[in-house]
Write a protein that binds this ligand. Structure first.
Ligand code: UT7
Length: 345
């Protein structure tokens, strides 16, 4: 078995921010034909957090980012670039990353958003590693999160009960240079060295219709479209569910084969929190011990690109994920897009 590989970067620190306002399942019982029992049994969600009206995502992102930078023992001036996985920026233009850059007091480097829906953090994390491997940055702030409460039609019980708001952030740093270095890659022992070992990003646009917000340049906003809820999330839940289980199983197998590690060697599967039953099925199909699949969906629902970094930060804070553990991040979202990043923390 291969146990050496080249890496370029590692996760130096994490942070998160969720709104204070808690919306429990009983809120929806008050005006929709739904129940706490249905939501809990079919999804695992008990409550979610919502921002107040007109609070933009960069307000939460600033708090999460400052925490991640501080925990990385860095000054904000050391950040060479910001990659923000989100589909709920403060405005259509400019990007949330640019607004966040100014809020953090950063005046140099790059800043851009990544549109990969619920897989936005995974895509952004993989990109940060690639920028560092190419030698164009040493410290990249990666943010993932969404305020999905504002994209959900609160009259549509098929979707509105599922989503919440939340943001997580990590700082991805270049590895220290040493003798066993080839360019910006360092030869390491995969059994012990912290770092981003591999990433796998996938897309299949043929499935675009099963999860979408139908308005845009090809379908302009008209009073009729607004009346039909065309500016809100529309989802074929069953189709997305089936797609998610298959894609998350396959991407896990692929990434482990890529680096020559066994799935059983992974300590924690920090995966997108869309539905407890999706995670249970993925776990069963991969033969995983339940204790290796952390979940916080009961508290926050599906925060889209926020689920993975928020869960990572919580698990690290609680000491359930420790430095040195091998962690697989994975997610799936509208596109369809999905992916995984394998990291020794
Ligand atoms: O983050 C992006 C990825 N998103 C996902 O991964 C979501 C994937 N999909 C899912 O999680 C599940 O498909 C849902 C939770 C969305 C739905 O669960 P399901 O077990 O697939 O239910 P269903 O859509 O097949 O609906 C079953 C029944 C339907 O009623 P009928 O037609 O059998 O009379 C729905 O109308 O449940 C009904 N239903 C509800 N009932 C009470 C749907 N939503 C609700 C609700 N409360 N909130």
């Amino acid at each position: 078995m291969q146990n050496k590989n080249y890496i370029s970067s590692y996760i130096a620190g994490t942070g998160k921010c969720v709104p204070e306002k808690i919306i429990s399942n009983s809120y929806f019982e008050s005006y929709l034909e739904t129940s706490d029992q249905w939501i809990t049994e079919r999804t695992g969600i008990k409550e979610r957090r919502w921002t107040d009206d007109n609070v933009g995502i960069t307000e939460l992102a600033q708090i999460a980012s400052e925490q991640a930078i501080q925990r990385s023992n860095l000054e904000v001036s050391a950040i060479d670039g910001i990659i923000f996985g989100t589909v709920t920026p403060d405005f259509h233009l400019p990007s949330a990353a640019c607004i966040l850059q100014t809020k953090l007091g950063i005046t140099r480097g790059f800043a851009f958003d990544v549109t990969a829906a619920c897989a936005g953090f995974i895509y952004s994390l993989a990109l940060a590693d690639m920028y560092i491997a190419r030698g164009v940055a040493k410290n990249v702030l990666v943010v993932g999160g969404d305020l999905v409460s504002y994209l959900a039609n609160q009259q549509d019980r098929n979707t509105c009960v599922l989503f919440g708001d939340g943001v997580g952030a990590v700082v991805v740093r270049a590895c220290e240079k040493d003798a066993e270095q080839a360019g910006n890659f360092k030869l390491v022992d995969l059994k012990s060295t912290p770092g981003i070992y591999a990433s796998e990003l996938c897309a299949d646009g043929r499935e675009a219709d099963i999860l979408k917000i139908p308005y845009g340049s090809a379908n302009r906003l008209t009073p009729e479209l607004v009346a039909a809820g065309g500016h809100f999330v529309q989802m074929d839940g069953k189709a997305v569910f089936k797609f998610a289980v298959k894609a998350l199983v396959e991407v896990t197998q692929t990434i482990c084969a890529q680096v020559g590690l066994k799935i059983s060697e992974i300590d924690h599967f920090v995966s997108h929190q869309a539905n407890q039953r999706i995670l249970q099925l993925v776990g069963e199909q991969l033969g995983l011990d339940k204790s290796k699949i952390p979940m916080n969906i009961e508290k926050y629902g599906n925060t889209s690109a926020g689920t993975v970094p928020v869960l990572l930060d919580e698990e690290l804070e609680a000491g359930r994920i420790k430095r040195g553990d091998l962690v697989l991040f994975s997610a799936i979202g509208s596109g369809m897009v999905w992916g995984a990043v394998l990291v020794r923390i």
